[in-house]
Design a protein around this ligand. Structure first.
Ligand code: SAM
Length: 264
C-alpha cells in the first residue's frame, strides 16, 4: 500500500485525528520527551504525536490496532518498534522488558475506562502517562468526594495514582471532529497504592456495590456486606449516598468488612 494514500477515519476505532499544530505542540511540551527515555504511544494513527516524539530523541514503541495504519507506519518508519494489537491485550511491562517506560496517547474514547483500569493494573506501572480523553472522563478521574462526577473510576485512579487535569481541547482540533470536548490528563502512578493489597478486593467490592446503585443510601446498597452499625463505626452516615464518601471512608469500611468476614 502507499503510505501517502489518504486514510478514511474508522469510527469503530475512535479515529479522530489531531490536526491543530498549537495543540500538538502544547501536548508535547506537557510530556517533555527526552533522549534516553522509552516512550510507548497507544494509537499513533497518522503520527500527529508520533512525529514530534521521534524527533525528541526518545526511544519510541507504538501500539496500533488498525492494520492499515500499522502497515503505513511500517513503510514510513522501517526502524520504529510497532506492535499491531489491541492495547487492552498488551502487557506493557513486558513490552518495556521490565525497564522504566512512559505512556502517551490520544486514546480512542470508546475504550477509555477499560484501558485506564488495564494500565493502572500493570505489574510494572509506567513512570507516568499523558492522555487525551473525553473531558467528562477526565472530570470523573479527578473528582473529589462530594462531586457528582465521583465514582469507581475516580476512586481507583486516586488509589493508584496522582491525576492532574492539564488543559482542555476543543472539537475543532480534530478531523473528523468529535461530538464532545476533550482534555489532556497526566497520571503518575504512586509507588504504593493508598489501599493496602490485603483489603483491596473488599474495597473494590464495596465501591462497586455502592456506585452500582448510586441513588440508594449506603445502608441499602452495602447491606450484604455491612449493617448500619458498621457504617457508623467507620464514621459514615448510613443515610448518605456514595458520592459523599472519600477514599478514606471506603477504606475504613473495607477494614470493617474484612474483619467481619474473618470472624474477628
Ligand atoms: N494519535 C493520533 C492523533 O492524535 O491524531 C490518533 C488518535 S485517534 C483518537 C485513536 C487511535 O487509536 C487511532 O489510531 C486508532 O486506530 C487507535 N486505536 C483504537 N483502538 C485501539 C486499541 N484498542 N488499541 C490500540 N490502538 C487503538
Amino acid at each position: 500500500m502507499s503510505p501517502d494514500r489518504p486514510h478514511k477515519a474508522r469510527k469503530r476505532f475512535g479515529q479522530n485525528f489531531l490536526v491543530d499544530e498549537a495543540v500538538i505542540d502544547r501536548i508535547i511540551a506537557s510530556i517533555g520527551p527526552a533522549t534516553g527515555q522509552h516512550i510507548i504511544e497507544i494509537g499513533p494513527g497518522q503520527e500527529a504525536l508520533t512525529g514530534p516524539l521521534l524527533a525528541s530523541g526518545a526511544r519510541l514503541t507504538v501500539v496500533e490496532i488498525d492494520r492499515d495504519l500499522a502497515a503505513r507506519l511500517r513503510l514510513r518508519h522501517p526502524d520504529l518498534a510497532i506492535r499491531q494489537a489491541d492495547a487492552l491485550d498488551v502487557d506493557f511491562a513486558e513490552l518495556a522488558d521490565g525497564e522504566p517506560y512512559r505512556l502517551v496517547g490520544n486514546l480512542p474514547y470508546n475504550i477509555s475506562t477499560p484501558i485506564l483500569f488495564h494500565l493502572l493494573a500493570q505489574s510494572v506501572p509506567p513512570r507516568d502517562m499523558h492522555f487525551m480523553l473525553q473531558k467528562e472522563v477526565v472530570l470523573r478521574m479527578t473528582a473529589e468526594h462530594g462531586d457528582r462526577a465521583q465514582g469507581r473510576l475516580g476512586l481507583m485512579c486516586r488509589n493508584r495514582a496522582e491525576v492532574t487535569h492539564l488543559f482542555d481541547v476543543p472539537p475543532e482540533a480534530f478531523l473528523p471532529r468529535p461530538r464532545v470536548e476533550s482534555a489532556i490528563v497526566r497520571v503518575t502512578p504512586r509507588e504504593r497504592p493508598l489501599v493496602p493489597e490485603s483489603v483491596e478486593p473488599v474495597f473494590d467490592e464495596l465501591v462497586r456495590l455502592a456506585f452500582g446503585r448510586r441513588r440508594k443510601t449506603l445502608r441499602n446498597s452495602l447491606r450484604e456486606k455491612l449493617d448500619a452499625e458498621d457504617l457508623e463505626a467507620a464514621g459514615v452516615n448510613p443515610g448518605a449516598r456514595p458520592e459523599t464518601l472519600g477514599l478514606e471512608d471506603f477504606l475504613a469500611l473495607a477494614h470493617i468488612a474484612e474483619r467481619k468476614s474473618a470472624g474477628r
